[in-house]
Design a protein around this ligand. Sequence first.
Ligand SMILES: Cc1ncc(COP(=O)(O)O)c(C=O)c1O
Length: 408
Amino acid sequence: MCALNAKTFDVGRIRAAYPALADGHAYLDGAAGTQVPSGVIDAIAGAYRAGIGNSGGAFPASRRSDQITAECRSALADLTGGQPEGVILGPNMTTLTYRLARTLARRWGPGDEIVVTRLDHDANVRPWVQAAEQAGAGVRWADVQLPEGDLSLAQLTELISERTRLVAVSAASNLIGTRPDVAGITALAHRAGALAYVDGVHATPHGPVDVGALGADFYATSAYKWSGPHVGAVIADPALLATLQPDKLAPAPDTGPDRFERGTLPFADLAGVTAAVEHLASLAAPEAGASRRERVVASMAAAEAHEHELFRVLLGGLDAMEHVTTYGKAARRTATAYFNVAGHTPLQVAEHLASRDINVWDGDNYAWELAGVLGVRDGGGGVRAGLVHYNDRSDVGRLLEAVGELGG
Ligand SMILES: Cc1ncc(COP(=O)(O)O)c(C=O)c1O
């Protein structure tokens, strides 16, 4: 792989690509959904302008849709290090996970077990728990160690056994940013003969992804978290997919990832997904001749470095305020802060910040189990301020100033 220069990351140039950022708000809500650059908007509009049809037809508009779909699978493979033939497309991660849980659970029965974690977003918990219950299989829970807010490999070694059929784990917590040792956990799963389903929804926007290195049999992601439209995807080994039998309509395709895709895909949005991957690949200036995969990896490494530089300031500033409590101290984490302010509910803090044109989320952000572990679920959760590649020092400074106003 050729070495690309990560120092060319220019946040001013990147911000200029996002029309929505011109409204002057500090967009620290990226963990719930990012803004979209012009290239993505143009790609979606361009698909409609050119004319698209349903898939599989003999005429050009239909062929264009099939081409868009194929390009989208290739783009997602480049983003994650997977193969285009293993890319399942769908409306969002939650829907796809329910679909795969139903498919995988056909093989489970009494005596089998699955392992889920209290670190995960509920979309990588409840679909598995409910599928296991319906199959008569058992559920083992991996705890979150406090105050780090991380999983324990030692506990997972105890939990994962020859009875385990599936381990569902997040590549990064959407609440406190923890990046658990996914490769270590998937290795335990594989040693036991289990499959590993990795929720990459929060991890994907924050650094390079390599599904092979993670050991993910399934890797789920959602394009709206990384500057794309509202489309979800699961990346899996095509050979593994071929062994599964999803529910499908009789005339629907019998081979390939299409078997897991129900009904008609949002073709214009898929063009937007490809444009979003191109956008990510362009974050750090490429050397001539680099492949898109190489450019994505280099650019996302540069984005991660940029986010972490800002995050040090953000977290350091919050931790220095006596009226603020922050959650999570994992050694490896995304630039995602979760905190509470003494004397104010999370909603009051979010409203105060909104009055200063700063967008943050309040609540449990669907990390239901983790909010319970942190002891904040019943009190309205916390406040989440998350950085993505288009945030800058001014966003961080404004947040710290506005939270500071709530002290004393
Ligand atoms: C870590 C994580 N997993 C899963 C989801 C659910 O994703 P989707 O909205 O695509 O169903 C989210 C959404 O916020 C998330 O942050």
